[in-house]
Design a protein around this ligand. Structure first.
Ligand SMILES: [Ca+2]
Length: 321
């Protein structure tokens, strides 16, 4: 039996990170290029930019007046799942805070226990007093890595260090918060190759649109051609009744101009795709679709149109409950 419902709800306002203050002397700072007025490229024009993992941001922090350089991390632990698509490694914000009296270069070495690998071995930037620098660090788990806790360390030139435990575990053991899609295999009808838009990013647990083109969302490759599809295996048959879709939505790239407008939510039941919800005319960054429970082993989003120039499908995250 087909049961169609459409639910539109702007349940979340995704907050854009405070604008980063960048000193001219900063190395490796990526500036977003303006949004294109024509629909041709995926935005922002990413070909000349490193992914956000390579960028360093500097912003005012709270100086403790110690005169020291202190390593900081965005979380006190990092969960790194085993066996996931290498295009979507575990990510953590790391950085340094300067409590020095005057501006200077701040540097920290980054080490991670083998066989894990980190996307950078060093963090360095010019840093005014009372400021913090931060960067995304990607931590990859090679196939065959044993489950367990590994160490990630930041060590400054002034001998201050911070250790963040990295917990390696299978996807089945992740605390998914009831989201059956988290870290499960994702396939898409196409993938834009100008930057970092891997399909697996729609199930990486990161709902934020910030850092677009840095691996946090999927952008298809077929401009002004629909439908586009992205499918997520659920790791077995699950009873589901809700799908939340996060489309691109920032101050610079608002959903009403760059987000997905029309789509169907489909569930794979007994080998057949069934449409369980339809969304039309969306302008919000987050849309929750509720539907009568079905037992499905996969969910897919069939994108039919996007807003504004109606060019690409841009999806940040899909959650299934
Ligand atoms: Ca994501």
């Amino acid at each position: 039996m087909r049961h169609l419902t459409a639910a539109l709800a702007a349940t979340t306002t995704l907050v854009t990170a405070a604008a980063a203050l960048t000193a001219p002397a900063l190395a490796g700072t990526a500036a977003l290029t303006p949004a294109p007025s024509s629909p041709s490229p995926a935005l922002p024009s990413p070909a000349s930019e490193p992914p956000s993992s390579a960028s360093v941001k500097v912003r005012p922090g709270t100086s403790k007046g110690t005169g020291a350089l202190t390593p900081i991390a965005g979380a006190d632990r990092l969960v790194a799942p085993l066996g996931v698509d290498p295009a979507c490694p575990a990510r953590i914000d790391i950085g340094l805070r300067s409590d020095a009296k005057k501006a200077g270069y701040a540097t920290a070495a980054i080490e991670v226990d083998k066989p894990l690998t980190a996307s950078r071995a060093m963090l360095t930037s010019y840093l005014p007093p009372g400021y913090e620098l931060s960067a995304k660090l990607l931590v990859a788990v090679p196939p065959g890595t044993a489950e367990g806790t590994y160490g990630l360390r930041l060590r400054t030139t002034t001998k201050r260090s911070l250790e963040v435990p990295v917990e390696v575990m299978t996807v089945d053991r992740l605390d998914n918060g009831g989201n059956f899609a988290l870290r499960r295999p994702v396939t898409a009808s196409s993938q834009h190759t100008n930057a970092n838009y891997p399909p697996c990013s729609v199930a990486d647990g990161d709902r934020s649109s910030n850092g677009w083109a840095g691996g946090n969302g999927w952008n298809d490759a077929t401009a002004r051609a629909f439908p586009d599809t992205v499918a997520i295996a659920l790791g077995g048959a699950r009873q589901i009744s809700r799908v939340d879709l996060y489309t691109l939505d920032t101050e610079r790239y608002p959903a009403y101009r760059y987000g997905v407008r029309d789509w169907d939510v489909q569930a794979q039941v007994g080998g057949q795709w069934q449409t369980v919800a339809q969304v039309r005319g969306n302008t919000a960054g987050t849309v929750r679709s509720d539907f009568a429970p079905v037992t499905a082993d996969a969910v897919r989003v069939v994108a039919l149109a996007s807003n504004g120039a109606n060019d690409y499908t841009r999806i940040i995250e899909v959650e299934v409950r």
